[in-house]
Design a protein around this ligand. Structure first.
Ligand code: ZN
Ligand code: ZN
Length: 322
């Protein structure tokens, strides 16, 4: 039996640290990676080959893995690729240790559905630090059922398996770097490769991704005020994140494969997707809108948002609703 006001979802609590609701695996993994990454400042662990590994693996895991695959391909289906290539890209994303594809995609779709309202999983409206890192330290965030928002991925048995074992490729990579580095130049080179190519690279890619959630909803400009949220275009986040910082454009047109839309909004990932289409690895590309305003557009009612091909779950029911 429903009461008349049961249809109004309760406001889920957001912000701060809940000590009895911490995901200790995540807390310890993030803390340990930061602790090891700090060792990169010690000259004894520097090597030029370690720096090259940091840059190449940063692009491969952050640019190709998280930005191109988890975000534009799996979350928004901005383009299509052959299935084998999709799995390969997903493995690159797993190396960023930002969780398996199902959780990542589900949370991000719910962020678009509830951008900067009370039900957004990570809005700076609940605190800048909350949007940057604190939200993911919780075992559960009330009202967030990420798996229901990523049912398309769960229907694929290979994707389910990759999701279950997402943490393994990074361990294998660390072992390989340590072993090959030791074989070529001794223990110090092996350690240098692990510290620069795994720990520091993962931590930097973490913060770059997290800045999209925090800084690109706080500072910058809006081309599309009609999004009705706080998403912004922020040049330095765009440069670091391979184009993700043109985030207000993206909130206005979530399925567009291009996030940079004005001539100066450089978007390396969009250029990469174009390159993939030339070699036959990307098709059915969602193009950016033809008209992009030169000046911020006038405020209009928010458009219906086409976030992904899947219907997304409704807001959680309130207690007492039948
Ligand atoms: Zn956003
Ligand atoms: Zn998105």
């Amino acid at each position: 039996m429903s009461r008349p006001d049961d249809s109004v979802p309760s406001v889920p609590p957001r912000g701060g640290i809940e000590w009895n609701n911490l995901n200790w695996t995540v807390v310890i993994a993030i803390a340990a990676l930061h602790a090891v990454a700090v060792a990169a400042v010690l000259p004894m662990f520097f090597s030029w080959s370690g720096l090259v590994l940091f840059l190449v693996l940063g692009w491969l895991t952050g640019g190709i893995g998280i930005t191109l695959c988890y975000h534009r391909l799996l979350t928004h289906r901005s383009f299509r690729t052959p299935r084998w290539f999709e799995y390969l890209l997903t493995l690159c994303a797993c190396l960023a240790w930002q969780g398996g594809p199902v959780e990542w995609v589900g949370v991000h779709r719910l962020h678009h559905k509830h951008s900067d309202d009370d039900h957004d999983p990570h809005s700076p409206k609940h605190g800048f630090t909350w949007s940057h890192i604190l939200w993911m330290l919780r075992r559960e965030i009330e009202g967030i059922r990420a798996h229901e928002a990523a049912r398309d991925l769960l229907r694929d048995p290979v994707m389910r398996r990759i999701d279950r074992w997402f943490w393994v490729p990074q361990i294998v990579l660390a072992g390989l770097l340590l072993g090959v580095g030791w074989w070529i130049g001794g223990w110090m080179l092996g350690l240098s490769w692990v510290i620069w190519g795994v720990a520091l690279r993962t931590v930097v890619v973490f913060h770059v991704t997290w800045f999209v959630n925090s800084a690109s909803h706080t500072w910058g400009y809006q081309n599309f005020k009609e999004t009705g949220d706080d998403s912004t275009n922020l040049w330095w986040v765009a440069l670091l994140s391979f184009g993700e910082g043109w985030h207000n454009n993206h909130h206005a047109h979530p399925r567009s494969a291009a996030h940079g839309m004005r001539w100066f909004e450089f978007d390396l990932t969009w250029q990469t997707i174009r390159l993939l289409s030339w070699v036959g690895l990307a098709r059915d590309i969602h193009r950016p809108p033809v008209e992009v305003p030169d000046a911020p557009s006038a405020e209009k009612p928010a458009p219906a948002r086409d976030i992904c091909p899947e219907p997304l779950p409704a807001l959680p029911r309130t207690a007492g609703e039948s």
